[in-house]
Design a protein around this ligand. Structure first.
Ligand code: SIN
Length: 331
């Protein structure tokens, strides 16, 4: 029987990180090894699959910018459009892994399995989790049950939807979870077990943006004032995601200013700074009257990606709100 062809796309991160000694697991340089070298540490990969490696970038994910997503998108689409490729695995740093996974989930219109994977410990550590995570990710990417689920994330034996997953711990190998939504499956010894269905969110009608709009996040805290908010607007922000308190509550100090922004051409989304819970459209904020977006349980940094994609594709506030509602309906 011919082996399945997997496209592996390397971007760097801790999964390709190197420390000064095998006993060191937190003080290291990410993106030190090529993906080809990482693949060579897991001989079982080439025994089970035909592996095609590409490396459009090599960096720590705390340096990933939307510009990098364009190169990644092109690499993913090349694999998507190759009829021989059954699944795609992207190795990535864990710091912004959930943002890249959300970006791909909302911009790649394909049923082909796309799996993003990272590691919490560098490749040189005694406790390196990258080799097992990479093998798990390939098992999921080669699994027909992974088709039509959008972009998935595989970490520490768990399979998550790219839309809902988030990093919750600075160093533990059990760093990722999907609050409210839960994991969609598990993988152990190359066997994939699905827990539940997950719909593929409607994607943007992708046209490679020539520039990205500026979309900033303002985080509320006790005593916050409007300094950052006004600075972002002055810097040309086309969108502001406000990470507020409780039910996305917005301090009175700048509530009127925030409410005035959509009429000035600056989109605003009212989100909560907490990890879980669905923001409701509250009459006290008159969201509809002011054209302010809400996004239920989507966290602020993911709403920012929806805004970036929507604005880059010429969508206005009502169109982005409709898209958000459709994304949430898909689950
Ligand atoms: C990074 O995100 O590149 C560094 C941290 C990690 O990969 O775990």
């Amino acid at each position: 029987m011919t082996k399945p062809l997997l496209a592996l796309i390397g971007t760097g991160g801790t999964i390709a990180g190197a420390a000064s000694a095998a006993s060191v697991s937190t003080d290291y340089k990410p993106a030190s090894l090529s993906l080809a070298a990482v693949v060579d540490t897991v001989p079982e990969l080439r025994a089970r699959y035909i592996i095609e490696v590409s490396q459009p970038m090599q960096l720590a994910s705390y340096d990933v910018r939307p510009e990098h997503w364009l190169d990644l998108h092109a690499a993913v689409m090349q694999a998507v459009n190759n009829p021989d490729v059954v699944g795609i695995v992207i190795t990535h740093g864990t710091d912004t892994l959930e943002e890249t996974a959300t970006f791909l989930h909302l911009s790649v219109d394909s049923d082909k399995p796309i799996v993003v994977v990272g590691a919490m410990r560098p490749a040189t550590a005694y406790s390196a989790d990258g080799p097992a995570n990479l093998l798990d990710a390939c098992s999921v990417a080669a699994c027909t049950g992974a088709r039509g689920r959008g972009t998935l994330v595989v970490m520490n034996g768990r399979i998550h939807s790219g839309l809902w997953v988030g990093k919750r711990h600075v160093s533990s190998v059990e760093a990722f979870d999907s609050p409210l939504a839960g994991a969609v499956g598990e993988v152990a010894d190359q066997a994939v077990q699905w827990f539940r269905a997950v719909g593929r969110a409607p994607t943007v009608a992708w046209q490679t943006p020539t520039t990205w709009p500026r979309v900033d996040m303002v985080v509320a805290y006790a005593g916050v004032d409007d300094t950052a908010l006004r600075a972002f607007v002055a810097a040309g922000a086309q969108g502001i995601v406000h990470a507020g308190f409780g039910n996305a509550n917005t301090p009175t100090a700048y509530r009127a200013f925030i409410q005035s922004l959509p009429a000035q051409g600056v989109l605003v989304a009212r989100c909560a700074r907490f990890i879980t819970g669905s923001v409701t459209r509250a009459s006290v904020y008159a969201d509809a009257q002011h054209g302010i977006l809400t996004a239920g349980p989507l966290p602020p940094h993911k709403v920012r990606i929806v805004m970036l994609l929507g604005l880059a594709h010429g969508m206005d506030g009502p169109a982005i709100q409709t898209w958000i509602d459709q994304i949430l309906l898909a689950g």
